[in-house]
Design a protein around this ligand. Structure first.
Ligand SMILES: Cc1cc2nc3c(=O)[nH]c(=O)nc-3n(C[C@H](O)[C@H](O)[C@H](O)COP(=O)(O)OP(=O)(O)OC[C@H]3O[C@@H](n4cnc5c(N)ncnc54)[C@H](O)[C@@H]3O)c2cc1C
Length: 576
């Protein structure tokens, strides 16, 4: 049976229905620009829904001394000087407006009795500047954005997998993809395309991403189109992800569990934080706890399953039920484990991609004309360590800016050249995979990549391990040529997984090659063979394909912001 191919035309195509994609689409629709959103997951269930803790803006509702300049200084400090100062200033100066937009869309923020938006501490912030909605901030943001997009009648096709961007002479003219349910092909012609397709943390074995999200699609789509990736090696690891069950490995156990008095022990029963941060012990920072747990596990002092134990069972049961209800419920649901009596087995988990598609700071345009990237897919704001709560505000600020920029680009376009050969290539790529009948199993190869990344590019890396990882990855890349793809009655998910696998392999290569090149320890990137920070490496590493990495200078920090940069204590500020 011949599978139909649908042609769709729009002014701006937004790929991704998470917070960043929806915010961009709303901006476009409010400006009267024709927009289409496509997504491989249901709109109400994008990764953004998982965000719990909050969203930053120097609203000064609780601490009147706060300013956007201080927010910028804290962000740059936390980035270990790898964030782009212009990007940081745009986000921090535009943050209050991002919150106003959310209020306008009907988001229900937590408020003080007099109606001011509540703000709390969230990691290394000088002041309380994190707004929130209970412990479900991401879910509430997503709800408000989905509702606003519906009011504006933004069309959202959320069973569509985009397999290739359509480009002619370095100018994007649309995208190619297929329907996940019935395989219908899509040729989508557009003046401009916005990549809002998330990060690449799913290529580690333990990850706070769910199955089939953050598979590195942004990397593959952008590089294939002629774009580049900045700092793919900079990945934030959260200290406490679950180990079991396998299909939920990496699900976060809130840092509140340590904040409330939880104790960490290794497989020998030792309270190991005394070796790493004897003063703060379990209240040490996220990166230090992740590093300590990783070191214990690597040294063979982990549990038989390769984790450490996080124990709250010494706390009164009422305290646990009142202060840690979500942790209690999650462990009951996933493992039938009662945390009031039994320790939780956890391991560091890949949590956030700080690197991503190379974009210009001012409008998040990429190297390809008409192609933009936003949200976790993009790069520039976080450098070598992300300040908690900054990613959600980035979605709002750059969603608006990119919507505005793409609308203007579309309006001034007088003619667009398409390319029959680019379309033929996109079509052939899907045809070839559908015909692939080799012996290799896609899921098994995805797992092989996750094993390589976990063993060779986890919390701590070294040259020997990274080189071994690259060797193992080359073997997996060869096996990818022999996969079998078998869509069935249930749909074309198997085809999507095959593309996810290709994306994961490319993201893994970019990450390993950049991790090799960054011969220093800085922020989240720990090199046991290069334990010091190297001032010469205060640059971004820009990857444009296998073996091609360039160093990019970072513009200077304006004096008024630099003067505000100082060490910020994180004591008592443990939250995701
Ligand atoms: C447990 C958890 C807690 C967090 N808490 C916070 C917090 O408190 N504060 C904070 O600031 N940040 C937090 N974060 C981070 C934050 O949630 C994310 O960085 C952010 O939501 C990413 O949004 P996004 O729009 O960039 O991408 P996503 O929400 O990941 O959306 C990506 C979209 O792209 C689509 N897509 C991808 N590939 C394709 C393709 N090939 N074809 C079609 N569609 C595709 C997906 O279906 C999806 O719709 C947290 C993250 C996690 C996991």
């Amino acid at each position: 049976m011949r599978i139909p191919e649908r042609r769709i035309s729009t002014s701006v195509l937004v790929i991704g229905a998470g917070g960043s994609g929806l915010r961009a689409a709303i901006e476009l629709a409010e400006r009267g620009t024709d927009v289409l959103v496509v997504s491989k997951r249901p709109r109400a269930d994008a990764h953004t829904c998982l965000a719990a803790g909050g969203i930053n803006a120097a609203l000064a509702t609780v601490d009147p001394e706060d300013t956007w300049q201080q927010h910028a200084a804290d962000t740059l400090k936390e980035s270990y000087l790898l964030a782009n100062p212009q990007t940081v200033q745009i986000v921090t100066a535009g943050a209050a407006r991002g919150i106003e937009d959310l209020e306008r869309y009907g988001m229900q923020f937590a408020r003080e009795e007099d109606g001011r938006i509540s703000q709390r501490f969230f990691g290394a912030h000088t002041f309380r500047r994190t707004a929130f909605a209970g412990d479900y901030t991401g879910l509430e943001i997503q709800r408000a954005l989905v509702d606003r997009a519906a009011q504006l009648q933004v069309p959202i096709l959320d069973t569509a997998y985009i397999s290739k961007l359509l480009v002619r002479d370095n100018v994007v003219f649309g995208a190619y993809g297929f329907n996940l349910d019935d395989g219908t092909r899509y040729v989508i012609h557009a003046d401009a395309v916005v990549l809002a397709t998330g990060g690449h943390t799913r290529i580690w074995r333990h990850t706070s991403s769910r199955r089939d999200e953050n598979t590195g699609d942004s990397f593959r789509l952008a590089v294939d189109a002629g774009g580049r990736i900045r700092d793919p090696e900079l990945v934030q690891f959260h200290p406490s992800g679950l180990i079991e069950p396998e299909n939920a490995a990496g699900t976060l156990v809130s840092e509140a569990a340590r904040g409330e008095g939880g104790i960490l022990r290794n497989g020998l029963g030792e309270r190991f934080m005394s070796r790493y941060d004897p003063e703060r012990m379990e209240l040490s920072t996220r990166d230090r706890v992740a590093l300590a747990s990783y070191t214990e596990i690597k040294a063979g002092r982990g549990t038989p399953n390769g984790g450490v134990l996080l124990d709250v069972s010494h706390l009164p049961r009422e305290t646990i039920l009142r202060r840690l209800p979500r942790v209690y419920q999650t462990l009951m649901d996933l493992q039938l484990l009662d945390i009031t009596t039994t320790p939780i087995e956890v391991a560091p988990t890949a949590h956030y991609s700080m690197g991503g598609v190379w974009v210009r700071p001012e409008d998040h345009g990429t190297d390809v004309e008409g192609l933009y990237a936003i949200g976790e897919a993009s790069s520039g704001l976080h450098g070598a360590n992300r300040l908690g709560g900054n990613s959600l505000i980035e979605l709002l600020v750059f969603g608006r800016i990119v919507g505005e920029a793409a609308a203007a680009y579309s309006a001034r376009l007088t003619a667009q050249q398409r390319s029959a050969s680019a379309l033929a290539e996109a079509r052939a790529e899907v045809d070839e995979l559908l015909a692939a009948d080799g012996p290799e199993n896609v899921r098994a190869l995805q797992r092989a990549i996750r094993d390589i990344m976990t063993e060779r590019a986890g919390v701590v890396r070294d040259e020997e391990g990274i080189l071994a990882g690259l060797g193992a990855l080359a073997a997996v890349e060869a096996r990818i040529e022999n996969v079998g793809v078998h869509p069935d009655l249930a749909g074309f998910q198997d085809l999507a997984h095959a593309f996810d696998l290709k994306a994961g392999a490319l993201a893994a290569r970019a990450t390993l090659e950049a991790a090799l090149e960054r011969r220093e320890t800085r922020g989240c990137h720990n090199r046991s063979d290069c334990p010091a920070l190297d001032p010469a490496l205060q640059v971004n590493l820009v990857w444009s394909g296998p073996g091609r990495i360039a160093r990019e200078a970072i513009p200077p920090i304006p004096d008024e912001i630099a003067a505000l940069m100082h060490d910020v204590s994180t004591a008592g500020k443990l939250v995701e």
